[in-house]
Design a protein around this ligand. Structure first.
Ligand SMILES: Cc1cc2nc3c(=O)[nH]c(=O)nc-3n(C[C@H](O)[C@H](O)[C@H](O)COP(=O)(O)O)c2cc1C
Length: 189
């Protein structure tokens, strides 16, 4: 089975069992201009053309870091199936059409937050900002996608699947994409 098929199968198996509020959570790691790795959780959306899709503001820290260095990683830990998936790949910005599609899928409150807030910027009066968000959400008008809101498509070059074992003799399979093909190595626990 191809690695992306394994990913899809594992993800479906976890989703069926998961009791998590956000079972799509994944740790996105980027590298800053100062070479510091930087990680945060985001929501994995779906796979399109063999790439992993994530969304959010493009000009907050993750976006600017991806602008300096497109090499990123995604790390999933799935608690019900006790599996870890580590992905390394290259990120590219989503098209405006795809960004529109994902923005439309967001609930109104999330759209209002994305429209009003400048993610990561310092704020003096959080209450005032919250009020602005509430006002935006309550108006009976369409909330447009802000120009700085979009997402990234991450094309994998390396994927490691780990089945966690209580004995700690974990099963680890490393797939690497080179010369247009995926190679597989079994690696030690
Ligand atoms: C479970 C979970 C899911 C999240 N999903 C997203 C997301 O899809 N997009 C996003 O921009 N931030 C998401 N966040 C917030 C990020 O962790 C982070 O705070 C934010 O993106 C700012 O990161 P940055 O300053 O590195 O850009 C999520 C946080 C959690 C805990």
């Amino acid at each position: 089975m191809k690695p992306l098929e394994i990913f899809n199968r594992w993800f479906e198996e976890e989703l069926k069992l998961s009791k998590a509020q956000i079972p799509t959570a994944v740790c996105l790691s980027t590298v800053g201009k100062d070479n510091h790795p930087n990680a945060r959780f985001v929501s994995y959306k779906e796979m399109i053309e063999d790439s992993f899709i994530i969304t959010g503001p493009l000009n907050s820290r993750k976006g600017t870091e991806i602008g300096y260095n497109d090499k990123v990683s995604l790390t999933f830990w799935w608690t019900e199936t006790e599996r870890q998936v580590r992905i390394q790949g290259m990120a590219t910005k989503l098209s405006a059409q795809l960004a529109d599609k994902y923005f439309k899928e967001r609930d109104r409150n999330s759209q209002a937050v994305s429209s009003v807030c400048e993610q990561g910027k310092e704020i003096d009066n959080l209450k005032k900002l919250e009020q602005k968000v509430l006002e935006k959400a309550s108006k009976k008008i369409n909330i447009e996608r802000p120009a700085n809101w979009g997402g990234f498509s991450i094309k994998p070059i390396r994927i490691e699947f780990m089945e966690f074992k209580k004995s700690r003799f974990h099963d680890r399979k490393l797939y690497e994409f080179e010369n247009d093909t995926w190679s597989l190595k079994q690696i030690q626990p």
